[in-house]
Design a binder for this molecule. Sequence first.
Ligand SMILES: [Zn+2]
Length: 428
Amino acid sequence: MGRREALNAGNIRPMSEPREIKSYRARWIVPMDRPPIDDGVLTVRDGVILALQPGDTARDLAAEDLGDVVLMPGFINAHTHLELGFCRGRIPPCPLWDWFDRLIELNRRPDAGPLRRQSIIEGARESLEAGVTCIADISRSGENAALLSDSPIRKTCYIELISGAKSPPYDAHSLEHALAKVRTRAQDDRLRIGISPHAPYSVTPEDLAAAASLAAHDGCPLTVHVLETQDERDWFAQGSARLDAYLAKYGVGGGARRPGGSALKLLRTTGILRHRPLLAHLNYVTDDDLAILKKSRAAIVWCPRTHAYFGHAPHRWLDMLNAGIPVCFGTDSLASAPSLSALDELRFLHAAHPGVDSMTLLECATARGAEALGLGQRLGTLTPGKWADFVTIPLPEVLVRDVGRAVLETQHGVSGVWVNGANVFTRR
Ligand SMILES: [Zn+2]
């Protein structure tokens, strides 16, 4: 099966952006930049939102009636590794270093290359069917950009650098080379190329600084895994035999850092924090770390179900939100999360924290996700002028008082998905 056929297998339609004006009526519209509209009409043209109005002011419009659904911005999955989809269900929960051992072993098998490529294509399709219209996807090989170029999904494809790794990019020079190679592919509204120095313990300070310069020079987005484990925090503060052993085993990371330091201070001194990075996890932050984050222009992406899979200590995402630090959500890969659905993450969090305002949760997977990716001007809310990326969720119970809560509590999945105004998925 060719790439295009593979992309279109299942229910995802190829992009065909409508040029004409088209209006949709929905029982509820949740724009995320203003209160929900009970009976609303959304009008799009040339892939962009043209207008949003209450239904009673749009009676003369020939609108397609989508029925008893909530129409809202497409979800943003701000942290995933689609290429690891083939590891789904193959690694039982265990400490991160043992999990990495197993992951590396699976990825070094002879059949891993084709499986990774297939996983990227299938992952994009699964994401769209779950209502995720925009992903931030990290790949070691950088193959995601080419493989997903025909997919309707909006994507930032990051190339991941690990200093000293067996396969490139393993240093600043090979990262630059990999970036140049991937960048021969034209970028557009739906494809951006970024770089991801893996983590401050697995990338040398020199390579971190080089990645920061590259981001500054090329203006490309940057994402880094930070403070995923207590071991990482200890390693910077006073050393960690466990992390030392892991790094020595694979020959990555370039040796110990200066004791008494911290991961975030290293990201600050190497220039990473100056470039509005998207920092993944931050599972073990101190008050000092929160102060650094607050001063920086970094955004945080947290992966709630992967967090639970690894059994990490409670995350301080609410402290971060209360401190005004931007937080959005990701799924991480299928090697640690049960699905690629941002809505599943929200429902999981809502069940665990029923007291958290439902709109705050929805915002983290839409408007805040867009801001975190530097796309807030074009994405994340149903504001006229933004890209027409939206989804519908059936809501048979129409007399709802809190529509955000209803989205999180109904068992229904996404029923329709539009990217750039094109209907790319309809659940049959
Ligand atoms: Zn990750």
